[in-house]
Design a protein around this ligand. Structure first.
Ligand code: NAD
Length: 268
């Protein structure tokens, strides 16, 4: 699976990956990462507050895949008081056991975001991060960041799935060259979303599961996605979405499912 999206700095981010939110540190994370890499995944999305950065790297080592072949994203947390800690990037690299991250994000808006953003720009100039961005910034907070940033964020990571499509965002971001990453791509396993009849209908047509239809929609929308799972069958299924294509009218039917309804307060 070699689909990539080109960021405004010219770097190629794998469009599909594995997220490890709520996956316990230790054997659960290590095992999921190792299995995923064996299946062809080359992108892992973690964060300081997930508590499993070290296990991500242990999984990469266990898989025997060279570190430089894997895109690693992590996030600084305002809750861990990292936005004003000049050592925060070094501490992240130490937890991960690497000398650079492919992408580092501010995990959420906080009053200290300006200091945090400057830390990221500095990390970029020092080669500790190869791309930078933010997560969970919206509205005025996002436009303030765009005005302030010397280097515009390479990505914005927000809640996005067929029930919550934030349709105006992509056009807005395009003017800054910022690429969208969709968290909760499967609605965090929301039963209502996963069992929508439209997905079953399209799944029957293409010989795919409902989850695969949803993930394919994200890919054709142009987003970067990293659904989470520790289940080997789901891990295999989730990456198997590159051999078929939804038709324009099918994409439109999914676009019409938007309820403007977020599933997590962070998505607001
Ligand atoms: P998700 O939408 O990826 O849903 C994952 C859940 O869906 C799994 O726990 C499982 O129950 C189910 N699932 C997975 N594959 C399936 C399949 N093939 N068939 C049926 N069910 C399946 O939700 P998520 O894990 O919370 O989000 C994905 C990633 O996004 C996270 O791991 C994390 O990396 C990122 N994220 C970021 C933020 C942020 O604030 N920046 C917040 C939440 C998540």
């Amino acid at each position: 699976m070699r689909n990539t999206v080109t960021l405004s700095n010219g770097r190629e981010i794998p469009q599909f990956g594995l997220g490890v939110y709520q996956v316990p540190r230790g054997s659960a994370t290590e095992g999921a990462v190792k299995t995923a890499l064996g299946l062809g995944y080359r992108h892992i999305d973690t964060a300081h507050i997930y508590g499993n950065e070290a296990s991500v790297m242990a999984g990469i080592r266990a898989a025997g895949v060279p570190r430089e072949e894997v895109w690693i994203t992590s996030k600084l947390s305002s809750y861990a008081n990292e936005y004003q800690n000049p050592a925060a990037m070094d501490q992240m690299l130490e937890r991960l056991g690497t000398d650079y991250v492919d992408l580092v994000l501010l995990h959420e808006y906080s009053p200290a975001w300006k200091y945090g953003w400057q830390l990221l720009e500095q990390a970029l100039s020092e080669g500790k991060a190869r791309s930078i961005g933010v997560s969970n910034f919206n509205g005025k907070n996002l436009s303030n960041l765009m005005d302030f940033a010397t280097i515009k964020p390479h990505v914005l990571q927000v809640e996005r799935h067929p029930y919550y499509q934030q349709k105006s965002l992509r056009g807005y971001l395009a003017s800054y060259g910022t690429v969208l990453e969709d968290w909760y791509p499967l609605g965090h396993g929301d039963r209502g979303l996963l069992s929508e009849p439209l997905f079953a209908q399209l799944g029957a047509k293409y010989g795919k599961s409902n989850a695969q239809i949803i993930l394919r929609w994200h890919i054709q929308e142009g987003s970067v996605v990293f659904p989470s799972s520790t289940n080997p069958e789901h891990l295999a299924q989730n990456i198997d979405i590159f051999g078929f294509e939804l038709a324009d009218d099918e994409m439109a039917q999914i676009q019409a499912m938007d309820k403007n309804r977020y599933l997590n307060e962070y998505g607001k």
